[in-house]
Design a protein. Structure first.
Length: 358
């Protein structure tokens, strides 16, 4: 194992002992915020330190077996013990490298999914509807909850825009690589000549902002408008101004929410989306810095970056970032995203391991 990694593991073991001491103090238990942070850090460090202790024990077993090699009666047993300890050290070395990979603090969070129709008119809106169904079916398979926050229906079906909240264990960790441009190639139902058309949608996946953390929104920087919610074709859902539009003046971000009959609930939902979008802008700025130094699956933050093509005539889906092509478009559009999600996660982990080795 590399000296730099051993040094880091030593520091983590010392930190765990320090946290154990801090958590035993009564004044820490009275400060819930400090207590919560320490218990979270303790939970993150403990598995790594346990692996490290197992690695050091395997080292001791190897050294002890080496001392027995000089005894002819013990030589065979000592060689077997050395081989076992060596195999354990090799596996633990790999496990430790994986455990030391930087954790994305947003991985366990719920998320907001935004899908917007792009080039392609009505066909793009239909594709936006297909993408939303794909993610909804995937969420069902994961036993996640999907709640539509806001939507703008297209005249021929599908959506010009739809925003949904997805709640479930590890939701963001599995879908965070879906942000970007999604392109479809197929013959639209309205195409009389049978020609293949290309249209596109943009997808944004944003972790739900943690209320306890750092998205502070100054009320004086908001313009809040209320208006009457309406359905498709302009038909009024109700006769009160329950719909809410919030504009964040410093960034120009605008969020509308009108799917609930309660103005209070629409405002709360819109504020949640706004916080996630502001957080997303900050994250994308950081990602641009990362992308300038190394490849990143999360991308440079440019939502127009094309990440995937769905070719219906050929029955294939291609993710351009990792050169993955799967000939199972029907299953994927029905929510069977596991092959895509797993491949993207594996590539990201390999990228992080390469950075750790540097």
């Amino acid at each position: 194992m590399k000296p730099a990694i051993l040094e880091k593991l030593d520091r983590l073991a010392e930190r765990l002992a320090e946290i154990d001491g801090l958590l035993a103090r009564p004044e820490i238990a009275r400060d819930m915020d400090a207590y919560r942070k320490l218990t979270r850090e303790h939970a993150e460090i403990t598995p790594v330190v346990e692996l490290f202790h197992a690695y050091t024990q395997a080292e001791k077993d190897y050294a002890h077996a080496a001392d027995l090699l000089a005894d002819p009666e013990m030589k065979e047993l000592a060689q077997a013990e050395q081989a076992s300890a060596q195999a354990a050290m090799a596996q633990l070395d790999m496990d430790l490298q994986t455990a030391l990979l930087p954790k994305d603090p947003s991985d366990d969070k719920n998320l907001f999914l935004e899908i917007r129709a792009g080039t392609g008119g009505d066909e793009s809106a239909l594709f936006a509807g297909d993408l939303f169904r794909m993610y909804s079916r995937y969420a069902e398979r994961q036993r996640w909850k999907v709640e539509i926050i806001s939507k703008s229906d297209s005249d021929l079906g599908g959506f010009r825009e739809i925003i949904a909240r997805i709640e479930g264990q590890g939701a963001y960790s599995k879908l965070k690589f879906e942000s970007g441009g999604h392109r479809v190639q197929r013959v639209p139902a309205t195409e009389a000549q049978g020609r293949i058309h290309t249209s596109a949608c943009t997808v944004a996946v944003m972790p739900e902002a943690d209320e306890l953390v750092d998205i502070v929104i100054n009320p004086s920087e908001l313009r809040i408008d209320t208006f009457r919610a309406s359905g498709a074709g302009g038909q009024h859902i109700n006769k009160t101004d329950s719909a809410v539009r919030i504009t964040h003046l410093p960034t120009g971000i605008v969020v509308e929410c009108q799917d609930d009959r309660s103005q209070h609930r629409n405002k709360a939902q819109a504020m949640s989306v706004l916080a996630a979008r502001i957080n997303d802008v900050k994250q994308r700025e950081q990602q641009q810095e990362i992308a300038s130094t190394r490849k990143s699956l999360i991308g440079s933050g440019d939502r127009s970056e094309r990440i995937r093509t769905y070719n219906f005539p050929q029955g294939r889906v291609t993710d351009h970032r990792i050169n993955l092509t799967l000939y199972k478009i029907d299953a994927i559009m029905d929510g069977d995203l596991s092959d895509v999600v797993n491949a993207l996660s594996a590539e990201h982990q390999a990228e992080l391991l390469a950075a750790l080795a540097e």
